[in-house]
Design a protein around this ligand. Sequence first.
Ligand SMILES: [Zn+2]
Length: 92
Amino acid sequence: MGGLKESWKETGKDLGGAFKQLGKSIVKSGATAVNKANDWAERDDAKEAARKEAEVMEAQEAREAAKTICPECGAELENADAFCPKCGAKLG
Ligand SMILES: [Zn+2]
């Protein structure tokens, strides 16, 4: 039975080495993945974020343009009528 024990020891050593190699390659591929992710984030994501930001800004500008500020009470009125619905002041 001693031989079996010895061979297990050898197997353990082999496994240890294999795990060390595996660990190294995981660290390596992990670093590669992070680099790729950074690359991707810098290119497509930044472009996408900029595009979305521009869209939001445009929408905000359109909303601002449609907004009327009541000269009497200062209420921000969207699609306001001729009179302020809050204080009744004449608009425009
Ligand atoms: Zn008003």
